[in-house]
Design a binder for this molecule. Sequence first.
Ligand SMILES: Cc1cc2nc3c(=O)[nH]c(=O)nc-3n(C[C@H](O)[C@H](O)[C@H](O)COP(=O)(O)OP(=O)(O)OC[C@H]3O[C@@H](n4cnc5c(N)ncnc54)[C@H](O)[C@@H]3O)c2cc1C
Length: 328
Amino acid sequence: MSDCLIIGGGIIGMMSARMLAMAGASVTLLDQRECGKESSWAGGGIISPLYPWHYDDLTNELSFASQAIYAHLCLQIFKDTGIDPQYIQSGLLMMDEYDSPLAVQWMDKYHVSYQPHADGALFTNIAQVRNPRLLQALKVDILNKGVSIIEHAKVSDLLIKNNQAIGVKTKDKDYFAQDIVACSGAWSSKWLNLTDKIFPIKGQMIVLKSTKGVVKNIVLDQGRYIIPRVDGRILVGSSMENVGFDGSIDIGVQKSLHEFAYQRFPVLLSANIEHHWSGFRPASVSGKVILGRHEQFEHLFINTGHFRNGLSMAPASAERIKQLIINA
Ligand SMILES: Cc1cc2nc3c(=O)[nH]c(=O)nc-3n(C[C@H](O)[C@H](O)[C@H](O)COP(=O)(O)OP(=O)(O)OC[C@H]3O[C@@H](n4cnc5c(N)ncnc54)[C@H](O)[C@@H]3O)c2cc1C
C-alpha cells in the first residue's frame, strides 16, 4: 500500500507526484491511457493566464507562485533527466484589452506593468514551455524519484470505508493508499462525485513550419494566440468548444487559425501546417480551480478544474496539495 495514490498523469498529476515523492511519500500514479498525452500535451505552454483579469484570486495567486519557480524547476528537471523543457521568457505582446478598466485595476493590484509597443502592450516577463517535452521529462523525473506509474489503468470508482477514501477500483485490480489525489482533468466527474462538476472544453490548435525570428514574442489578440517555439515552429491556438468528449478536428477551425496568424505575419501565409490537434480542457461549472480536500470523504484530495491555465498553475497547485497531505 502506498502513502499516496494519484489518479491522472497530466501536468497536474505528475507535478503533484513529484512534490509528494520529494517530501518522502511513497507514490503510485494511475493513468487510464499514458501519462502526458491529454490536455497537458495539447496545450500551448504559455505560463500565464491569457487575460488574467478575467480570473479569480486563486488562479492569479497560483499562476504568480508558479511563474516565480518555473525557470528553476525546468532547469532542475533538465539537469536530472537530460530532457530540455525549453522554458523561455519569450514575452507576450497583447494587442487588445490591456487598456480596459478591468486590466488597469488588475495591474494596479498585482503591480504588473508592460512596455508600450506599436501593436499593443509587451509583457516582457511572460514565459513558455514546450509542454510535450516538459511532460516527457517529468515522467522520467518522477520514475527516478521512485514514483510507481501504472498506465492503462482506468479508475472507475472510489473505495470508501467509514466515510474515508481507502482506494480506487480499476477493471483489473483495486488499489489502496493512505491518501488519494484526484488529478484526472476533464474526466474527473466521470468517476468522482463533485458538487462543482467538471466538463471538457475542446480546444483545437495548429503548428506551422517556419523559421526562427519570424515571430519574436507570443502574440495575443481577440482570444487567439501565436507562440514561437525555439526551433522556429509556430503554434496557433485555439478554439473553445463545448461539445463533450468529441475530439474531432475540422478544416474550418484550421483555416481560421491559419488566417489569424498570417493576417498578423503575412509571411505565414505560405507556411506549411505540420499538425492539427485537439485537447480537452478541464472546466468546472463555477469556473474555479478545485484544489483541496473533498467535501465529503476523508483522505481524498482534489486537484483539477484548471481549465485554460493548468500548465501555468501546476507547480503551485501541486505544492498546495503536498502541504495539505504532508501537514494532515
Ligand atoms: C488547445 C489547448 C491550449 C492550451 N494552452 C494552455 C496554455 O498555453 N497554458 C496553460 O497554462 N494551459 C493551457 N491549456 C490548458 C491546460 O492544458 C490544462 O489546464 C492542463 O493540461 C490540465 O492538466 P491536467 O493534468 O488536469 O489534465 P490532463 O493533461 O488532461 O491529464 C488528465 C489525465 O488523467 C487521466 N485520467 C482521466 N480519467 C482517468 C481515470 N478514470 N483513471 C485514470 N486516469 C484518468 C487522463 O488519461 C490524463 O492523462 C490548454 C489546453 C488546450 C486544450
